[in-house]
Write a protein that binds this ligand. Structure first.
Ligand code: TRP
Length: 327
């Protein structure tokens, strides 16, 4: 039997190259070796949203990106979290075995509470429990996540151990599967690439938009003039060449160090590399976007398949927790 992989991502709308390098590319690869379940976690999104007016659009755009990138609904289950309401049931049950003290110590909770002091809602404290419910509902073995999610995953493992101790062996202890890539810095070179910093390049951007965006990027801070020699090792643009210009990266390094090319040339080369690498993706995405019904069919089929697994887990959990009357 293949091991099960589960990962969730919040519906942030159009995905960017940081999401691709950090997560999506890995999701696609894992499909070959594992039974994968990929979930758009709309309920988690509600813990921090001020408005839900863009939620549906964001789910749709993100699904397009996932499918165009190669997440294959024939191999994997792709669905929206709230379409399988069993997760909220498990969330409630797990809430009864999770000490509040554990949750109040989670670093992301403290940080979110600081960032939105006017909205420290109950769901925010329960965020890791809902994530544990996602993972446990499908009896997940492996969870591909970024390093920032490790405390959450550790919490899931503790909840699993506690549940198994109290009610008998039920869930496997899920392991993190970290991506090999370090986080992708944004074009301003200051923070992680992200929509909220507007330092990102959307996968779905046109070639012209890609070039425009890259023109705004910060390059080698030690290079003032065109004729100065460059320092690729400290240049964020150069770090992106490693992904998108694999076949030319050495040549670019040599030329940069010798001042053979300037930062403007280098940015054009990067835009070319990204546009070439994403050409197929962009064509597929445009084709998929023409038939929204097909996208919604895929999500509904995914929810159905996820729910079949979820129902079995819920039955088992209710039985073990003593909620079912014995015949
Ligand atoms: N907390 C994750 C994030 O913010 C999203 C998430 C929700 C998740 N449920 C999950 C990730 C289950 C992995 C497994 O990125």
């Amino acid at each position: 039997m293949k091991q099960r992989v589960f990962s969730g991502a919040r519906p942030t709308g159009r995905q960017h190259i940081g999401n691709y390098i950090g997560a999506i590319e890995n999701y696609v690869k894992l499909q070959e070796k594992y039974n994968c379940v990929y979930c758009i976690v709309d309920i988690h999104a509600l813990t921090t949203l001020e408005s839900t007016s863009e939620l549906q659009q964001n789910i749709f755009e993100m699904t397009l990106d996932w499918l165009a990138a190669g997440i294959d609904p024939k191999k994997s289950i792709v669905f929206v979290q709230s379409h399988v309401p069993e997760v909220t049931e498990l969330f409630t049950f797990l809430g009864m075995v999770t000490p509040l003290g554990w949750l109040l110590r989670v670093p992301t909770f403290k940080e979110k509470a600081r960032m939105q002091p006017q909205n420290v809602n109950y769901g925010l404290v329960g965020y890791p429990v809902l994530m544990a419910a996602d993972i446990m509902l499908y009896k997940t073995d492996l969870v591909p996540v970024g390093e920032d999610q490790l405390p959450h995953l550790e919490m899931t493992r503790e909840i699993v151990r506690r549940f198994n101790f109290l009610f008998g062996d039920t869930f496997p202890e899920p392991k993190a599967k970290l991506t090999n890539y370090p986080m992708v810095l944004g074009l301003n070179g200051a923070q992680k690439m992200g929509k909220s910093y507007n330092n990102h390049i959307e996968l779905a951007a046109t070639p012209a938009e890609t070039l425009e965006k890259i023109k705004t990027a910060v390059t080698d801070p030690a290079r003032q003039r065109r004729n100065d020699k460059g320092h690729p090792d400290v240049c964020n643009i150069f770090s992106l060449h490693k992904f998108f210009n694999v076949d030319r990266v050495q040549e670019i390094e040599v030329e940069c160090k010798a001042a053979g090319i300037g930062c403007v040339d280098c940015k054009k080369l990067l835009a070319d590399g990204i546009n070439r690498a994403l050409h197929g993706f962009r064509e597929r995405r445009i084709a998929l976007a023409k038939d929204p019904d097909h996208i919604y069919d895929i999500l509904s089929d995914g929810a159905g398949r996820a729910q079949a697994i979820a129902k079995e887990t819920i039955m088992e959990v209710k039985t073990k927790m003593g909620l079912i009357r014995h015949a």
